[in-house]
Design a protein. Structure first.
Length: 199
């Protein structure tokens, strides 16, 4: 049974809640002191993981729509991408303000040099910014074939972001590996497309 347009609307409502309610919880948990002795790191990791979750969910939409024969699922992809960008922006902001401090933002350039994993994160964020800025139908019509070329860079983010996460943790734990494996599977699912590009 295929999803109807009305059901997709309700699915979008649920996805918006999935993107917004964790932010409410994050604010509440911060105010209640529920984090560890290093709450700045906890907030950074939480916002980064949320961005990764929406990135992976967005990558899952196309194969799921194809193999489950649910073409209307494609309508949720833009929403997932925008929430991915929103959480990635929160992730970057939390690092800049909580780690560096509002008076030390000039240190960001030095941090990028001394901590290369930050460069991967910044590059990923700028790609997501470009994708979010051109996510409208107007931009798609205006850019033509270049729109698809630009939005294919989401696959580069799917490579860089998990590496950024793996590289950023001092002790290798199963969770970053899980995200990396999930990204690898979703990219491997598209091997025919990549093989065609290579040719």
């Amino acid at each position: 049974m295929r999803l109807t347009a009305k059901q997709v609307v309700w699915l979008k409502v649920l996805l918006h809640l999935a993107g917004f309610l964790p932010f409410v919880w994050l604010f509440w948990a911060s105010s209640q002191g529920y984090f560890s002795a290093d709450p700045a790191k906890d907030i950074q990791h939480f916002t980064g993981r949320m961005a990764l979750k929406f990135l992976l969910a967005g990558l899952l939409v196309a194969p799921l729509a194809r193999y489950a024969k649910q073409p209307l699922l494609i309508r949720t992809r833009r929403l997932l991408g925008l929430w991915c960008f929103a959480w990635a922006t929160l992730h970057l902001t939390s690092y800049a303000l909580l780690e560096l401090g509002i008076n030390n933002l000039a240190l960001l350039g030095q941090e990028l040099i001394t901590r290369p994993y930050l460069m991967l994160g910044i590059v990923s964020w700028f790609i997501l910014l470009a994708l979010a800025a051109t996510s409208t139908q107007w931009a798609q019509r205006k850019m033509g074939k270049r729109w698809q070329l630009l939005h294919n860079f989401v696959y580069l983010v799917a490579i860089l972001a998990p590496i950024h996460y793996l590289w950023s943790v001092k002790i290798l734990s199963p969770l970053p590996l899980l995200y990396a494996v999930a990204a690898f599977v979703l990219l491997a699912w598209r091997y025919k497309k990549f093989r065609q590009w290579w040719r």
